[in-house]
Design a binder for this molecule. Structure first.
Ligand code: SF4
Ligand code: SF4
Length: 426
């Protein structure tokens, strides 16, 4: 039996929508995208910039540079309030509409693993599936300490509405395969498996056709259920290996990469163009014309929603990411970042009031990691850090399945995040 537990309406309304390019008038590029240290700006107000020019970087090892996604002029710096309460500095750029490439862009060349990892860092790649882990750190494991024999390509895309990875596989299957071979061969990884949910038949058909007669990359079709794409879940359901608390996939011989991430690497090593665009799905109840768009990073939601004929009067909630794990934007001027794969717009939601826990155990049955959310909630209310550790709250990946199934409408996943904070060193 797999670790995935719940079934949600897919609402993949855009699965047959080919990706359109969108060209914004302005962009707002955050100096912190995904995991890693915040970056320092490398440009000043009034500077002219070109597409692909590095505009933010840090000397910290656990960081990843950002590049300009348009050509034009830096109009200033703004601050972006994000849902965890922090404030992120952004570089605001007005596009000149020409999208002129930076003359600094050169096709990366490498002979050694070190040169490959350095080039991956310079590309600005963080995990494009949502977690935002810097790719050069993930790929720089020590094969003597943690030998890796399997590269799993995460093509599950289990969140409702989102079809951006699906469109990547359909529109760029050669890029997907090229990127997998690049990583697999450079890092000398024996096996590669594309793990994809069964609700993506056209992608499965196309990749199977492209890979026929070859043995180096396999396709594993997984059940369409949530949260199939969560890292620990997809590892277990693909190769039946368990990543322990505090462990990394490389500890069980696995590296997991998002399907759009490997496709990006294929293009980057052919052209030298860093991560400046993102394929996203724009959809939701109030969106008149749902679409898949390829947008320059930093494009604000307002422009995209208007392009997709959204009823702004009725829109009361804008989500960056999926319905289950996405985050609500404070306003429509929040920008698309490297880790966003959707902008979803919804009407006012009636939120049912919470009642007392009825001890039904639905939350325990729903948890893919076999945690006990109802017990975690009780321990959190008592500030009982020993109990929270014993209940392994730090394993919670915030998938939201427990909250989704709870008949008493307890905010279980949300409480788990607060409980994890309680255990953080002060
Ligand atoms: S406890 Fe965490 S991992 Fe388990 S269902 Fe809830 S949110 Fe998901
Ligand atoms: S699902 Fe809700 S009501 Fe049922 S045991 Fe869990 S917290 Fe209690």
């Amino acid at each position: 039996m797999g670790l995935n537990k719940i079934f949600i309406k897919h609402s993949k309304n855009t699965e047959n929508c080919p990706t359109e390019k969108y060209y914004p008038k302005t962009v707002r590029i955050p100096l912190s995208q995904g995991m890693g240290a915040p970056l320092a700006p490398l440009v000043l107000e009034g500077d002219e910039v070109k597409v692909g020019q590095k505009i933010g970087d840090s000397k910290a090892g656990f960081s990843c540079p950002v590049h300009s996604s348009v050509s034009g002029k830096v109009t200033g710096f703004s601050q972006l309030l994000v849902p965890n309460g922090s404030v992120i500095n952004c570089i605001d750029i007005e596009s000149d509409g020409n999208f002129t490439l930076s003359p600094d862009i050169k096709k990366p060349r490498f002979k050694t693993k070190e040169e490959f990892i350095k080039a991956v860092r310079e590309s600005g790649l963080v995990g494009l599936g949502g977690a935002g882990f810097p790719a050069h750190i993930k790929l720089n494991y020590d094969p003597d300490e943690t030998p890796v024999d399997t590269l799993i390509i995460n093509a599950a895309e289990c969140e409702p509405y989102i079809t951006s990875d699906y469109r990547e596989m359909i529109e760029n299957p050669d890029g997907v395969i090229g990127g997998i071979r690049l990583v697999k061969d450079t890092l000398n990884i024996k096996n590669a498996i594309i793990a994809v949910e069964s609700n993506k038949p056209e992608a499965i058909r196309l990749l199977t056709q492209k890979l026929s007669g070859t043995e180096d990359i396999k396709i594993k079709t997984l059940k369409s259920s949530y949260p199939q794409g969560a890292e620990k879940v997809i590892i277990y359901n693909t190769v039946k290996r368990v990543v322990k608390e505090g462990g990394l996939p490389s500890h069980v011989g696995v590296v997991v990469m998002n399907v759009s991430s490997v496709a990006f690497l294929d293009g980057y090593f052919k052209t030298g163009i860093p991560l400046i665009n993102k394929r996203i799905t724009v959809d939701g109840e109030t969106v008149g014309e749902p679409k898949n768009l390829l947008v320059p990073i930093g494009t604000v939601a307002d422009e995209l929603l208007s392009y997709c004929k959204t009823d702004t009067e009725k829109t009361k909630r804008i989500l960056f990411g999926g319905m289950m794990m996405g985050v609500c934007a404070f306003d429509s001027f929040s920008p698309v970042t490297k880790t966003n794969n959707a902008v979803l717009a919804f009407k006012e939601q009636k939120i049912a009031s919470q009642t007392e826990c009825i001890r039904c155990s639905s939350c325990i049955k729903a948890c893919p990691l076999k945690l006990m959310p109802c017990e975690i909630e009780t321990a959190y209310k008592k500030n009982d850090t020993d109990a929270l550790k014993a209940l392994k709250v730090n394993l919670c990946m915030n998938c939201g399945s427990c909250t989704y199934v709870c008949p008493a409408k307890r905010k279980l996943a949300e409480t788990n995040q607060l409980a994890k904070r309680l255990l953080m060193p002060r």
